[in-house]
Design a protein around this ligand. Structure first.
Ligand code: ADP
Ligand code: MG
Length: 685
């Protein structure tokens, strides 16, 4: 392959890099020369030369000038000193001051040029120097430019690394080969790879650096999209899916007898999913829709279609409560159609479990709703055709693929109520198709959201009391279950105790994740039956819980929760139509905390919240990185470069669809790259 030479070269081939240095570099992930090239700076220090007239008062400036007269030094005490010298810079005479650098004095020879950098005082024409370049070599190599700053370890200094990278370019830059097809370079007027890499390390000016970055961002995103799309192509070729036919008339009459008409968005995504079911290709689809957008009924329709085609379906959910709930919402819809829906959870007693497993195996159950038990237990399906996982972000990549492996290549639909902007969905879940419900059922009122300081608690209590008096119910969410010595945050136990007294005789219940499953269920049932009017809980109610009569959501220490989480919590109220209220109790100490509370009160659109959250946090943090599969890009930034991502994706798709891609030598490198990538993937499995 074309870049073979450079690919193989170890860092020790760079002059001045010995075995010990190589070990230290390895800790930065740098093993080969090419890794050194790709260890890009995270910022630049500006040492470009200025003239005193252009330098800004109180800001950093770098001057080149001739020394005249002797430098003088004064000592204050044992190790404090002040060295001064006069310098002529472009005809202007300035004074340079060095603190505690007396050793420089002997290098300051009258009549010699030096370069100094530091803070400029325009009124006194005085520079307080923090960097000084006296030798000609240093001046040529290091001064007068943007200086790259790298992430390093304790044992490697930025200065050393800078030199090593510079030397690597001197020795090996000719071996850096182009990876982008010529037509793309031409189309976007991108500079060559070798040049861009060099200039990204050592730009002379900002514009040069910008153009170099532009090229590398495109390359990074283009190669990423090539890998994703290639992988998906292969997947589609290898995994033969099932083509299914089902009775469209029966399906249509099922849809028509639902208690409400579907929204346009629901109709659209149902069609998208049904098309996948019919198609021979295997479905790998993400269904995203805001809280309350009605994903459950979409799931029911598609499960029914799969049933009509003669296959079993499974629905995997992250919690027991949610499994119960889904069972209760799916069953009344599907049972009248003759569909047998059962549940399978980890806490079922052995006998129940055995029975359920038997029904699944013999094909007596048509649809199984369950937790992880679905993949952990030795579940054997008779004819599994379709799998849905709800709140897919809660499952790891491994768990997802385990479920995919059950049965004979079933279609898989992932549902999430944590919507993310389309571009990001593409990049994060690039090997999936994405369907989006971007509309709420008509007549839904947005949940009115208020942010209050914890000091007004007594008024919040009165508000809850009024709502309960008029027959409504409330949730109160706490970040902790029990009191903690480490964190001064509200805990469910103490809040439960105090509210029970404050609201008496209103009936208050307590729910948290550490309770025995049976108790949890009892409390939930009590709340659903309005026997418990106020539920004190931790975030176990976050996903999917559906009690339409609940109209108030109070969240303690709301600044401790993620925005998506708060949005989910808020989505628990107002599910019966009518108005609902969310009260966020928080005393944020940072500007960011205040901003986050503001976002929650300003919008109830999950997509918008996701976008603002991303802006505030950055994609790495937002996705919790590794699990999501979003790579850590070296140069690209998914937020600021999202347009490039879309362009790169289109380009990659176009190229892969082009017959010439598989034949012409111009694409040989890319083909090799994709094959290598695939091979390495296989080794990882
Ligand atoms: P989510 O997308 O958050 O899972 P659900 O599927 O739980 O939302 O639906 C929320 C509520 O909206 C449910 O009570 C459901 O019956 C109702 N619903 C779903 N689709 C519609 C619709 N098209 N018109 C009216 N109500 C609907
Ligand atoms: Mg749901």
């Amino acid at each position: 392959m074309s870049e073979m030479g450079l690919d193989q070269r170890k860092v020790t081939e760079v002059e001045g890099v010995g075995a010990k240095r190589a070990e230290e570099l390895a800790r930065l992930g740098i093993h080969r020369v090419k890794d050194l090239f790709a260890h890009f700076p995270y910022r630049y220090d500006d040492y470009r030369l200025l003239s005193p007239a252009d330098a800004i008062h109180e800001e950093k400036a770098t001057f080149r000038g001739l020394l005249y007269g002797e430098a003088s030094n004064r000592w204050y005490g044992k190790n404090k000193s002040r060295l001064t010298a006069r310098l002529e810079v472009e005809g202007v005479h300035i004074q340079v001051v060095w603190f505690n650098q007396a050793f420089l004095r002997k290098k300051l020879i009258p009549g010699k040029p030096i370069i100094v950098s530091g803070k400029w005082d325009a009124h006194r024409l005085q520079l307080t120097a923090d960097r000084t370049f006296t030798s000609q070599a240093d001046q040529e190599q290091q001064a007068g430019r943007l200086e790259p700053v790298y992430s390093v370890t304790d044992s490697i200094s930025v200065t050393w690394l800078r030199k090593a990278i510079r030397r690597a370019f001197v020795q090996f830059s000719e071996e850096i080969n182009e990876v982008l097809p010529q037509e793309l370079l031409d189309e976007y007027r991108l500079m060559s790879r070798a040049k861009a890499m060099y200039l990204l390390h050592f730009p002379k000016g900002k514009e040069e650096g910008r153009l170099a970055r532009r090229r590398m961002v495109y390359e990074e995103l283009f190669l990423y999209e090539m890998r994703l799309l290639w992988h998906r192509r292969r997947q589609k070729q290898e995994e033969k899916g099932m083509s299914r036919t089902f009775d469209r008339v029966k399906l249509q009459s099922f849809i028509e007898q639902l208690p409400f008409p579907l929204t346009a968005a629901q109709n659209r995504v149902v069609q998208e999913i049904l098309t996948d079911l019919v198609s021979k290709e295997r479905m790998n689809r993400l269904l995203q829709g805001d809280v309350g957008s009605g994903k459950t009924v979409v799931a029911a329709i598609c499960l029914y279609a799969n049933y009509l085609a003669g296959f079993q379906g499974a629905m995997m959910v992250p919690t027991e409560i949610l499994a119960e709930q889904h069972l209760r919402s799916l069953e009344p819809l599907l049972a009248p159609m003759g569909v047998r829906v059962i549940s399978l959870t980890g806490r079922m007693i052995a006998k129940e479990k055995r029975e359920a497993l038997g029904q699944v195996q013999m094909g007596l159950a048509d649809i199984v709703v369950g937790t992880h038990a679905l993949i952990q237990e030795p579940v054997v399906f008779r004819s599994l055709g379709f799998v849905i996982t709800d709140e897919q972000h809660r499952f790891g990549v491994n768990q997802r693929s385990l479920l995919r492996e059950k049965g004979d290549a079933p279609d898989v639909l992932y549902m999430t109520a944590t919507p993310i902007p389309r571009t990001l969905a593409i990049s994060a879940y690039g090997d999936m198709d994405v369907s989006t419900i971007d509309e709420l059922p008509a007549g839904r009122l947005p949940v009115e959201t208020y942010w209050v300081k914890s000091g007004v608690w007594s008024r919040v209590v009165e508000f809850i009391r009024k709502q309960c008096d008029s027959g409504r119910q409330a949730y109160v969410i706490c970040p902790l279950i029990e009191e903690s010595e480490k964190m001064d945050l509200a805990n469910a136990y103490s809040v439960f105790e105090s509210i029970t007294q404050e609201l008496a005789p209103i009936r208050v219940g307590l729910l948290h994740g550490k309770m025995p499953p049976g108790e949890k269920e009892d409390v939930m049932k009590g709340f659903e039956a309005n026997e418990v009017e106020v539920l004190i809980s931790t975030t176990v109610v976050e996903v999917g819980v559906n009690v339409p009569n609940a109209t108030v959501m109070v969240v303690y220490d709301a600044d401790r929760f993620g925005l998506a989480q708060l949005h989910q919590l808020r989505g628990r109220v107002g599910r019966g139509g009518g108005s609902a209220t969310c009260i966020l109790l928080a005393d944020p100490r940072s500007e960011m905390g205040v901003e986050r509370m503001r976002v929650m009160t300003e919008t109830t659109d999950g997509f918008e919240i996701a976008r603002r959250d991303l802006e505030l946090r950055g994609p790495g943090d937002y996705f919790g990185v590794k699990q999501s599969g979003v790579p850590d890009f070296k140069v690209a930034d998914l937020i600021t470069d999202f347009r490039v991502l879309e362009i790169a994706r289109a380009d990659a798709a176009r190229l892969l669809a082009q017959e010439s891609f598989y034949e012409e030598s111009a694409y040989a490198w890319l083909r090799g790259y994709l094959h290598d990538f695939e091979k390495n993937q296989a080794n990882l499995d």
